[in-house]
Write a protein that binds this ligand. Sequence first.
Ligand SMILES: Nc1ncnc2c1ncn2[C@@H]1O[C@H](COP(=O)(O)OP(=O)(O)OP(=O)(O)O)[C@@H](O)[C@H]1O
Length: 173
Amino acid sequence: MARKKPNVIVTGTPGVGKTSHCEILSERTGLKHFSINQIVKERGCHEGWDEEYKSWIVNEDELLDSVEDEIKTGGYIIDWHACELFPKSWIDLVIVLRTDSTNLYDRLQNRHYPEKKVQENLDCEIMAVLLEEARGSYDEQIVIELQSNDVDDIEANVERIEEWIKSWREKNK
Ligand SMILES: Nc1ncnc2c1ncn2[C@@H]1O[C@H](COP(=O)(O)OP(=O)(O)OP(=O)(O)O)[C@@H](O)[C@H]1O
C-alpha cells in the first residue's frame, strides 16, 4: 500500500541534535516523532542495560517487529543513532546531522557521559561513520547531510526538511 505521508530518518552521532530537530519538525509537520531510544526502553526491545556505556543493549529483531506496522503506514520521523536496520522500502528521506568535534565534545561533557563513551562518539563523528552507514544502506539521492553547529543551523535545516515533506506530499497525493 502506498504511503500518504513520508517516513524520514534523522540520524547522526549521539549529541549532534537529532532530538532538537525532530521535536520542532514534528510540531511543524504533524509527523510523529519516533524516538527509538524511548521505544526500546518502553517496549522492552532490549537485552538489558549496559552499565559501562549507560545504554540499552538493543534487540534489533524485536525492535523491528514492534515498529513495523506503525512505520509502514507512513508519517514518522525516526530519531536514532543508527539507520541501516530499517528496510529501504520503509524510508523516504534520510537526514544525517553532523557537527564539529568541539561542539560535540562540549555537548557530551555536559551530559556527563563516561570519558570512553565521549571519545568513541567523537571518533564516530570525525570518521563520518553514520554518514557512511546511511549512504551504504539507502539510495544516494535520499541521503542528505546537514550541519548542526548552532541554532541557526537547526532553523535552516528544519525549514529545508519541511519543504521536502511538503513536496513529497504533493507528489504522492
Ligand atoms: N545545532 C545546535 N545548536 C546548538 N545546540 C545544539 C544543536 N544541536 C544540539 N544542540 C544541543 O546539544 C545537546 C544534544 O542535543 P540532542 O539531544 O538534540 O542530540 P541527539 O542527537 O538527539 O542526542 P542522542 O542521540 O543522545 O539522543 C542539547 O543540549 C541540545 O540543545
